[in-house]
Design a protein around this ligand. Structure first.
Ligand code: PLP
Length: 457
């Protein structure tokens, strides 16, 4: 017997925990099928997806090449305890390590895990193991996951409030969010005031981060997202990271690059931080590595941080880490990345999409306060028409809900629009389309945004 959605919702009410994010939308949404840039509901209605599972399905839903890789592995080696080796694990580690060598000129090794937060936990172990420090810096607006360790370095107190502290909370540093500068300055006249403020922390021992007599910081690492994901796809000015990296190097503080959302070409380059002229000591990745198929995540670290002498057998482990289905798909993703020039196509498409968003902003200057983007990591801030700047969370929410409801009449027929709302004030559409999005789909996106703005303003 096939249950109706109404019947399923009744059961969900009774048997499912509501502790995940499903009930951010009421009533929650069922989908039936997915392909390319689209999700389909049971009635067959198409929903254009502009968030692609928060950038976990960047290579398109039901990508046939990745599906085939998964099917081949299901027929060959569908499962294997992680204490034994299989070829795809080794080959994938090599490809990731070599990609870091190519982009950053650094040698290192890879350790796999299952989810992003778990890989973040592993990176915290690497930091603590080497530096013997528990404390790290992280950004205001940053998001690194919701396990206990990862939520301690994630900016939002909402994710910690009911659980207390297990790991040490990060020292949160303002991110260069120039559209809403935390210091009220204007770029470029600010002269990188924010980076200088970070540098200033180390001027005297009385700022609480450094024993100046021995040049030893109490902080082992700085966790960064090159472009803040959940924080609203905020792109820093190009001078920012080189400036703070100098400060970190001076005080032997590691730079940990969380590429879970921006990695695998979301911001054009394979690794997002490669856009900003600095080299990381540790990289954490997940999401699009398997395009949302079998979960796999991992951490790359410089050789001196992760070689078997300092990080010996048993240092960290999870039953499903380096699972054979995940590594098979991950390997295919890396092969695709080598064969197809995603760096070029994502930058090209990103420019075209951004130009369309800017044209839309011109039509609604009092509602779209800011649009920006790098590669296909694009942002649009919904603001209050009274001044075109005050964040308008209510309107962003209404647009989101209406898009999810579907039935929007466009020149191409009826559609839904799948959006993700992020940002410090939850008024930013973090736009992460599929890498194969066509120009016609970009036009459709703009038409749908336009309908949602007109219907809600
Ligand atoms: C930048 C970043 N780090 C960490 C995570 C956590 O990853 P996961 O949800 O797979 O645990 C996310 C997830 O959205 C993320 O965007």
């Amino acid at each position: 017997m096939v249950l109706s959605e109404k019947e399923l919702l009744e059961k969900e009410k009774k048997y499912c925990s509501w502790g995940d994010t499903v009930h951010y939308l009421e009533p929650p949404k069922f989908f039936d099928r997915c392909e390319g840039s689209y999700l389909y509901d049971k009635a067959g209605q198409k929903y254009l997806d502009l968030q692609m599972w928060y950038s976990a399905a960047s290579f398109g839903y039901a990508n046939p090449r990745l599906g085939d890789a998964l099917k081949r592995q299901i027929d060959k080696l569908p499962q294997l305890a992680c204490q034994y080796l299989h070829p795809e694990k080794v080959e994938l580690a090599e490809k990731i390590a070599k990609s870091v060598e190519r982009l950053f000129g650094e040698k290192g090794r890879v350790h796999f895990n299952v989810g992003g937060s778990q890989a973040v936990e592993d990176s915290l172990k690497l930091v603590r193991n080497h530096t013997k420090k528990n404390l790290v810096f992280a950004f205001m607006g940053g998001y690194h996951g919701r396990t206990l360790g990862a939520s301690a370095i994630t900016s939002s107190y909402r994710y910690r409030r009911r659980y207390g502290h297990f790991s040490d909370k990060a020292h949160f540093v303002p991110y260069p969010y120039c559209y809403r500068c935390p210091y009220g300055k204007k770029y470029p006249d600010c002269g990188m005031y924010c980076a200088k403020q970070f540098e200033k922390l180390f001027e005297t021992e009385y700022n609480g981060v450094l024993d100046t007599k021995v040049n030893e910081s109490e902080y082992g690492a700085f966790y960064v997202e090159s472009i803040q994901g959940t924080g609203g796809y905020v792109i820093p000015p190009k001078e920012y990271f080189p400036h703070i990296k100098k400060t970190l190097d001076r005080h032997k503080i590691l730079l940990v690059d969380d590429e879970i959302q921006m990695g695998f070409h979301r911001a054009g380059k394979l690794w997002g931080l490669a856009n900003f002229g600095v080299k990381p000591d540790i990289i954490v990745f997940g999401k699009a590595l398997t395009n949302g198929l079998n979960p796999l995540s991992g951490v790359w670290a410089k050789e001196y941080l992760i070689n078997p002498k300092v990080f010996p057998a048993g240092s960290t482990h999870s039953t499903f880490s380096s699972n054979t289905l995940g590594t098979a798909v991950g390997l295919e993703v890396m092969k695709m990345s080598e064969e197809k020039n995603y760096e070029k196509s994502v930058f090209d498409k990103g420019k075209k999409f951004l130009a369309r968003l800017k044209a839309l902003q011109k039509r609604h200057p009092k509602i779209i306060g800011d649009v920006d983007g790098l590669g296909l990591a694009l942002r649009m801030e919904i603001c209050h028409p009274s001044d075109g700047y005050t964040p308008d969370r209510k309107m962003a929410d209404k647009m989101f809900v209406m898009g999810m409801r579907g039935g929007l009449k466009t020149s191409k027929g009826k559609y839904g629009l799948v959006l993700d709302v992020g940002g410090y004030y939850k008024n930013v559409f973090t736009i992460a389309p599929a890498f194969d999005i066509t120009e016609a789909e970009m036009d459709l996106s703009i038409e749908l945004f336009d309908i949602l703005i007109r219907k809600n303003s």
